[in-house]
Design a protein around this ligand. Structure first.
Ligand SMILES: [Zn+2]
Length: 246
């Protein structure tokens, strides 16, 4: 066991849970966080704190003052600066042991493979269903796990998409596809939803516990409650059919 590769003091409060093997698996995992808004802020901070090996962080936007009620990567001084570059600096300050690579681009069908090159796990920090579907297509083509989340008002949802194991994201996307817009949200709803996303990444990377396959986790932060809706692959979808033909 290559224990010398682990900072045992930094990770001492989680090593009893993850074990050296779990921590090493995390160290050997590269995670792409797409979208550095409310979800992506917390996901990337927690993944850096946990000690993931590499973070590929992707966003093309600049910090706005209206982002600061929930996007905890940024401070008032960062307004007007590119999110990916501010986030890169902040994440390195939090944990210099994590390799952080910022990509200041808008994900499209044409650049997704290049932008997410080298990532083992894809995390959805987006507020835009069309870009989510680009990630869904890429995850299916490459077989990479895709941790999806979305928030709206006091509600959040999370699921893990995996080719050959689960339904695809396209089949659970609301129809008609919602246009990107400014949904009203409060930080705790974003934080709880993002935390569940991070747990899914942790489970996938360390092989501890079971990823949330074929179930949509629904979080109601007003009650509060966390429910599961079972997801079933459909025969009409070529991507989902792959699971049914096993
Ligand atoms: Zn499908």
């Amino acid at each position: 066991m290559e224990l010398d590769r682990i900072d045992v003091v930094r990770y001492s409060r989680q090593l009893p849970l993850l074990g050296a093997l779990g921590q090493l698996r995390l160290l050997e995992t590269s995670v792409a966080v797409v979208g550095l808004g409310g979800l992506g802020s917390l996901v990337s901070l927690y993944l850096a704190a946990l000690g993931v090996g590499k973070l590929v962080i992707v966003d093309y936007d600049v910090v706005g003052v209206e982002n600061l009620n929930r996007q905890i990567l940024y401070t008032t001084d960062d307004v007007g600066k590119p999110k990916a570059l501010v986030a890169e600096r902040r994440l390195r300050e939090l944990n210099p042991l994590v390799e952080v690579e910022a990509r200041n681009v808008k994900i499209t069908r044409d650049n997704v493979a290049e932008a997410l090159e080298g990532a083992d796990i894809i995390v959805d920090g987006l507020d835009d269903w069309r870009t989510r579907l680009v990630l869904d297509e890429y995850a299916w083509e490459t077989g990479k796990p895709y941790v999806h989340a979305a928030v709206d008002s006091y509600y959040g949802q999370v699921t893990v998409i995996q080719r050959g194991v689960t339904t695809c994201l396209a089949c659970i996307t609301p129809k008609p596809i919602p246009e990107p817009g400014c949904t009203a949200v409060v930080a705790p709803t974003v934080g709880i939803t993002a935390s569940i996303e991070v747990m899914e990444v942790l489970k996938l990377a360390t092989k501890i516990g079971q990823p949330s396959y074929n179930k949509l986790i629904i979080i109601d932060t007003l009650k509060p409650s966390i429910d599961e809706v079972p997801l079933k692959p459909t025969t009409e979808c070529a991507k989902c059919r792959e699971k049914l033909l096993e």
